[in-house]
Design a protein around this ligand. Structure first.
Ligand SMILES: [Zn+2]
Length: 106
């Protein structure tokens, strides 16, 4: 399981999307506890579906609470996210929150 960090300069972070299968990053950036405590502008959702992939995917990926709360505090915080089916980071617009047709990142 990747660790989380609040340091944008952490050397284990990855950036952007993957064009070929790759492991998860060693670390993922999240907002601090203090920032997340300021309140959520979206529901805290723990999983998303790779619903708009080409070729079709449909895999469900689950997140840690800290990442889920970061999305809920700042829906535009991430530009890409990991799919356990494709084993790639892909643009958030290719995903919808599990059980909804709402795009991740909106
Ligand atoms: Zn996928």
């Amino acid at each position: 399981m990747a660790r989380i960090t609040t340091d944008p300069a952490d050397a284990d972070l990855t950036h952007g999307s993957d064009a070929a299968p790759a492991p998860q990053a060693d670390a993922y950036l999240v907002l601090s506890d203090e920032e997340r405590a300021k309140g959520f502008v979206r529901p805290v959702r723990r999983s998303y579906v790779h619903s708009k992939a080409d070729p079709a995917c449909g895999a469900l990926t689950k997140m840690s609470v800290a990442i889920a709360e970061t999305y809920a505090r700042d829906p535009k915080f991430y530009v890409g996210t990991y799919c356990v089916g494709c084993k790639m980071h892909r643009p958030v617009g290719e995903f919808t929150w599990d059980g909804t047709d709402e795009e991740v990142g909106s």
